[in-house]
Design a protein around this ligand. Structure first.
Ligand code: ADP
Ligand code: DP6
Ligand code: CO
Length: 335
């Protein structure tokens, strides 16, 4: 049996759009910060016994379909690299996320990174596994490494150079903190996969972004990280988040991942920076309404106090409330 933990990652230069849907090859490079698996991540155990039938997966305590194209692709690649024959049978996978799944906090990133790491451990596959994790979920390739990680889009048709590369290790910028503001832990209505497919098909702004905007931003972001230049890092992060959501609005029909609370958080961060006289905090939003704020240690307590004053946590839900919600949801689905 093999057990692994991987942290989710938050993109500061976003991946949005595939040039090859099957192999998961992106239309632009991207760059992210990997979080600690203890704070926000996945723990996955994998076991192999040739006498067991099929492949089974339990995610957050519930059995899920393991015969999806993405899981099969990861298994096939691990199989090819390990030299094992006929290992598609007899695999049991148990995985838990310690944060909301499919809510725009990159569960597919830590989820598939951890799955590939566990399978890689089980079948003793060595070397870079990001090229395999990418075929589970694009953003997952970046969670194979800690710290600051870029996903180079690559040029090869077979995807062999579309890999994750660490830009700086987790020890590089210890004063940098991420504050996660969970606006909603509900499963999003439009998945990242589906949303970006529609954007590639219909948004001219997305094509412009990928070709003319992102390449320069990648260079500047890498430099800002190397220099630990928060003002440059923060501005690029916010600009890129805003442009990604602009491409969602430019998609036809438009996709809305941000809600009123998300927009209030954006205004709040700009007001905070205005008051501080420089960029001391930065927001970014993935495909969901939840915010990630970046801030340096010196301003962390001040920002956290302001956040809890401006956005007081809604009344803590009791276990009964959650159960009632789920029951209601099931009933609504039945109807
Ligand atoms: P997110 O914003 O959370 O990344 P996505 O729509 O990109 O949302 O992906 C969510 C999907 O990723 C889930 O529905 C599930 O299929 C898959 N996933 C999430 N966590 C795991 C996990 N730990 N192991 C395997 N697959 C996972
Ligand atoms: C907005 O990696 O979840 O979070 O490759 O189809 O699984 P698939 O999509 P996914 O997309 C992530 C989109 C994003 C930006 C990012 O993480 O770079
Ligand atoms: Co995802």
């Amino acid at each position: 049996m093999a057990r692994e933990g991987r942290g989710s990652n938050i993109a500061v230069i976003k991946y949005w759009g595939k040039r090859d849907k099957k192999k998961i090859l992106p239309i632009n490079s991207s760059l992210s910060v990997t979080l600690s698996p203890f704070d926000m991540g996945t723990c996955t155990s994998a076991a192999y016994n040739p006498s067991w039938k099929g492949v089974k997966l339990w995610l957050n305590g519930k059995e899920e379909d393991a015969n999806t194209e993405r899981i099969q692709n990861c298994l096939r690649e691990i199989q090819a690299r390990s030299g094992e024959s006929d290992m598609k049978e007899g695999i049991r996978i148990v995985s838990t996320n310690n944060f909301p799944t499919a809510a725009g906090l990159a569960s597919s990133a830590s989820g598939y990174a951890c799955l590939v790491a566990a399978l890689g451990g089980l079948f003793k596959v060595e070397g870079d596994l990001s090229v395999i994790a990418r075929q589970g979920s694009g953003s997952a390739c970046r969670s194979m490494y800690g710290g600051f990680v870029k996903w180079e889009m690559g040029k090869e048709e077979d995807g062999s150079d579309s890999i994750a590369v660490q830009v700086a290790p987790e020890t590089h910028w210890p004063s940098l903190h991420a504050l996660i503001l969970v606006v909603s832990d509900e499963k999003k209505k439009v998945s990242s996969t589906g949303g970006m497919e529609e954007s590639v098909r219909t948004s001219k702004l997305l094509a412009h972004r990928a070709q003319a905007v992102v390449p320069d931003r990648m260079v500047r972001m890498e430099q800002a990280i190397k220099d630990k230049d928060f003002a440059a890092f923060g501005k690029l992060t916010m600009e890129d988040s805003n442009q990604f959501h602009a491409t969602c609005l430019d998609t036809w029909p438009p996709i809305f991942y941000l809600n009123d609370t998300s927009r209030a958080i954006i205004q709040f961060v700009h007001a905070f920076n205005e008051e501080m006289g420089q960029i001391c905090a930065a927001y970014t939003f993935d495909a969901g309404p939840n915010a990630v704020l970046f801030v340096e240690e010196a301003n962390l307590v001040k920002l956290a106090h302001r956040v809890s004053a401006a956005f007081p946590p809604s009344k803590d839900k009791t276990l009964e409330d959650h159960l009632a919600d789920d029951e209601l949801r099931n009933k609504v689905q039945e109807v």
